[in-house]
Design a protein around this ligand. Sequence first.
Ligand code: HAM
Length: 403
Amino acid sequence: MSFQKVRGFHDLFGEELRKFRHVSNTVREYLKRYNFEEIILPVVEYAQLFERSIGEFTDIVQKEMFVFPDKKGRLLALRPEGTAGAVRAYVENKIYALKPYWKVFYEGPMFRYERPQAGRYRQFHQLGAEVFGILDPIVDAEMINLIYKVVSELKIDAHIEINSIGCRKCRPAYREALVEYLESVSGHLCDVCLERKDKNPLRVLDCKVPTCQQAVYHAPKMVDFLCDECREHYEKLKEYLNMMDVPYVENYNLVRGLDYYTKTVFEIVSQELGITIVAGGRYDYLVEDMGGPPTPAVGFAVGLERVALLVKDLPEEEPLYFIVAFDEVRDYALKVADILRNEGKRVELSYKRGSIKKQLELANKLKADYAVIIGPDEKSEGSITLKDLHTGEQKKVYLSTSL
Ligand code: HAM
């Protein structure tokens, strides 16, 4: 009997995992520079948390959540994203009473029952960051700058799209104007958008079906409906981004697939694959809606697999020292391995016995950089013979001296 992995789930290992870790480490490095602290959030939450925060009529809640009852019949869900859990943690742990504001990040697997394709999985990983408690667009600008720095450092060809989707004051009038417009072009909308038109009309704007894209080309734009506060927020954000030389394009149809957003929304889109690799925005009502005090917030999440897919260069690995030894001095080989590892070196001890030639073949197979050759002479002298496997150069090194 043999088993296969579940569709949409994947094993991460080898080069792919090295790229994945490189992305994660790079994001973490920048989060450290911006003074974010980490939180480890549960993978499972009550399903209602996501229904209430992401929105009842979103694709995630309607079609993509892994929901199951616990033994008492309560509905639980594998988290489809991290923001809802972070908000829950902020409110439940009363962090608002402990800190003037909270800059926090999380990393881990997320689950969405989507149709798997390149860069789209049913279990994927996000590294997300959120700032709770600050309304100033300077934070939106810092978040976008942070992620721009990460993408630039990883040498990924991508562009930043921004938009403002207003607030509860200005969005209703826009929604009305949009629905009216959508009615007038309803003959050109796909079946899904015909439904969205009434339940979640903003989502029609980012439908990928060409006829829908054409139909919304002349749709009213949210930016023309922004109230003074939202307009000023958006203008300031752009001013700050310009100040920091962060390039961006305004995409008036960028609305995001989760209902909690207000004001700023942004995405980083890969030029190479045409997919969104990082996404985020502001959600100024969510904390209050989830039972906390009124608390503005803004955040983003990096899709780690997607970014890893685009990484071309990996940092050089530490050189590998491979110890090959005559049978009778394997005790000394073990000791040498210990000494080298204590110095912080990456060391592999030949587990296979046999001729030195055979062991050296193994060193090449394992892509070692150096062979550390050990025979009776080396043991009696307290030395090793170090062979550079790239150049073939060989020298004797006494263990009191550093390699
Ligand atoms: P999201 O746009 O749903 O936003 O997801 C963020 C990122 O996760 C996407 O840009 C993509 O890179 C990655 N992602 C999403 N679904 C998949 C999938 N099925 N397979 C692989 N990667 C995927 C959020 O989740 C928000 N919580 C972001 C946020 C944080 N907004 C404010 N704070």
